[in-house]
Design a protein around this ligand. Sequence first.
Ligand code: FE2
Length: 246
Amino acid sequence: MTVADAVARALDGLDIASARTTYWDQNEFLSLERWLPPALVEPMVAEVERVRPAINRNFIPRHKKGGSVSFYTLLEQAPTIVGLYRAPAFIEFLSALTGRSLQPCPPGDPHSCALYYYTEPGDHIGFHFDTSYYKGARYTVLVGLVERSSSRLVCQLYKSVPGRAVEERALTTHPGTVVFFNGDKLWHSITPLGENEERVSLTLEYVTDPAMHPVKRFVSNMKDAIAYFGFRRVFLDSRKATRATQ
Ligand SMILES: [Fe+2]
C-alpha cells in the first residue's frame, strides 16, 4: 500500500465536519488517538531506527534536553515519513480543519519535518508555543511513534484567550496518535523522561505563507543550530536540500 493510499484510508474513517468543530471548539487543537493505521506507523517506526545514527543531542538548561533528526536526513533516508508530510490528501484534510490553504515549509527549513528522541532520563522540553517565524501562520502535526515512557505531552488550551480559563490536558502520544494545533495558540511541553524509558515523536510543520524576512530566517537558523540540529545540518545541509528539491 502506498503512503497516499494509507492516508486516504485513515481519512475515510473520520468524520471531518465533527473533527473541524472539535478543532475550533478547542481553540485550534485536535487530538486523534491511535489514528494512523499500522500500514503507515510500522514503516515510520522502522525509519526512526534507521536514522538513529544521525541523532543530534542538545541541552539547554531549564528549557530542553533531548535528541533530534532534521528534515535533511529524513529526506535521504525516511521515505514514508516524508511521504506523509507531503501527502496531498493529508494537507487537504489539515486545510479543511483550519479553513486556510496550508502548504509544507520551504525546503531550507530543518524543522519542517523532524524526529524528536527522548532517550535519556530527564529528557524533556519546557512550555512553549511553536511560534511562527514565517509571514503567515504555522501549524504543527505531532505524531507519536515510540511510546515506552511516563512522559506526557501537556497542553494548555485557551492560554491566550482573554476571559477564558486555561484547560490542561496531559496526553500519552501512542504510536499513530496525531495531535494538530496552531503553533501560536497552544502552550505545550513534554514532561521529563524516567529511567529506562524511551519516547520518539515526529513533527510536521505547515504554513499559510512560506515567505520569511531574511533577518527572521537567520534568527530561526541560529536557534535550530543551537537548540536542535547542530550547525553543520542547519547551514550546510539546507543548501543541499534546497538544491535537491528545486
Ligand atoms: Fe512544540
